[in-house]
Design a protein around this ligand. Structure first.
Ligand SMILES: *Cc1c(COP(=O)(O)O)cnc(C)c1O
Length: 414
């Protein structure tokens, strides 16, 4: 493969980089804008080295935890936030929001079709002990249009005919061949929900979307957002974690679900090092831009190779995820093998499809990451079902992305 590498680089990668130059520059410009905001938040919050120190026991007055929450709030232009290692994943963060806001007898509206696979047992779409359904919380779904866009008319009709205490919007695609919602689509959908039903809490699953667009959803009307720190906002540095950001009253309600009624965010210690959470957030706008550029390059190169790519290389993006449909399982497995081989950790491992907790079909994953399961690091996964699409994301540096794209393209030639 290494002889092939040089040839593929000069024949495919170098021309792609030349063709993409203006697009890549636009991604840099957005990163600059978002980096300035993140720096401003660090300055406003007067972050000091002592804010990285661990705490023990109950963690009352844990200044590090409070600082980190404050930073995440300001970075996302929210009134309040909960962020850090006490939320274990994106699913945990989203689940906390749903469980913290909704009460028995109320209903949630999935405004952008069925939510991400791991939320099915949370909602009760698949049996799950402790699901919302078990607590008597109802569910309604407005499917996406055949183009994968929000069905604004159906959302409006459903809000007029029933009471929904919460509307769930998923920005990224999950394991579906639908577009990520752009800032424009999100703005329109959020405004529509507020207009039709002012008391409905608008929640956005912001996973993979952070720092991709000029604004994140709290800035244009979302009441609360959530995501994972081993995706964009952890900058590849945070070793675990999640965040929730939004209206103060809503975040407080959620805090009573995270810990207990009465205690909320007053309690919670972390005997580990807080520095990676701060440093990761600081790096996040840049790292997200590197992942975005990597996605654009993969889209261009695999499009040129004749595969169906989604989104197109020049489409406006709402997340860092790129899919390539291979049509056959064998090519999907080969692609994931190449991404694995291009990883700094476990490069020698050969990925195989396996039944993953929370997912319906066997999933093949390429993950040679410093942080286990991190998908802001170069990674690819795909369920073993037609159209055998690889969902590719991450890349801490664009240089790494370029090398991986070259190796993956070379692996297609047999
Ligand atoms: C990754 C993801 C989640 C779940 O996050 P985990 O950290 O894997 O639990 C939820 N929704 C979307 C859209 C995602 O991409």
């Amino acid at each position: 493969m290494s002889g092939n590498y040089e040839k593929t680089y000069s024949e495919k990668t170098a021309p792609a980089l030349a063709a993409l130059a203006p697009l890549l520059r636009r991604i840099d410009e957005n990163a600059l804008l978002r980096q300035k905001e993140v720096l401003d938040a660090f300055r406003k919050n007067r972050v000091e080295a002592r804010h990285f120190y661990p705490s023990t026991g109950y963690g009352y007055d844990d200044i590090s935890r409070e600082k980190l929450d404050g930073l995440f709030a300001d970075v996302f232009f929210a009134e309040a936030a909960i962020a850090g290692p006490m939320i274990f994943s994106g699913t945990h963060a989203i689940s906390l929001c749903l469980q913290g806001i909704l009460r028995p007898g109320q209903k949630m509206l999935a405004a952008t079709g069925a939510p991400y696979d791991t939320l099915w047992p949370v909602i009760g779409l698949r049996p799950g002990t402790g699901s919302l359904a078990e607590y008597g919380i109802g569910y309604g779904e407005a499917p996406l249009t055949p183009d994968g866009l929000p069905d604004y008319d159906t959302v409006r009709r459903m809000l007029r005919s029933d009471d929904y205490a919460l509307a769930h919007i998923q920005r990224s695609r999950g394991y579906a061949l639908r577009p990520a919602l752009t800032q424009g689509h999100l703005e329109k959908l959020i405004a529509l929900i507020h207009e039709e039903s002012p008391d409905t809490v608008v929640f956005v699953d912001n996973c993979y979307g952070e720092f991709v667009a000029p604004r994140d959803p709290v800035s244009f009307g979302a009441d609360v957002i959530a995501g994972s720190l081993i995706k964009n906002p952890g900058g590849g540095i945070a070793p675990t974690g999640g965040y929730i950001a939004g209206r103060r009253d809503i975040v407080e309600k959620i805090s009573y679900r995270l810990t207990t009624p009465g205690l909320g965010r007053e309690i919670g210690s972390y005997a580990g090092d807080y520095r990676p959470y701060f440093q990761g957030l600081f790096l996040a706008p840049h790292v997200a831009s590197q992942a975005l550029k990597t996605a654009v390059l993969f889209a261009y190169m695999f499009g040129e190779l004749g595969f169906e790519v989604f989104p197109a290389f020049d489409a406006e993006r709402g997340d860092i995820v790129q899919s390539v449909s291979f049509g056959e399982g064998d090519l999907l497995v080969r692609f994931c093998g190449a991404v694995q081989a291009a990883s700094p950790v476990d490069s020698f491992v050969v990925p195989e499809p396996w039944p993953m907790p929370g997912y319906d079909d066997p999933v093949i994953m390429a993950a040679g990451a410093f942080v286990q399961g991190s998908s802001i690091e170069l990674s690819a996964d795909g369920p073993m079902r037609p159209p055998y699409a690889a969902y590719f994301q991450g890349g801490l540096t664009f240089e790494h992305g370029i090398i991986a794209a070259t190796m993956a393209a070379a692996s297609m030639e047999r």
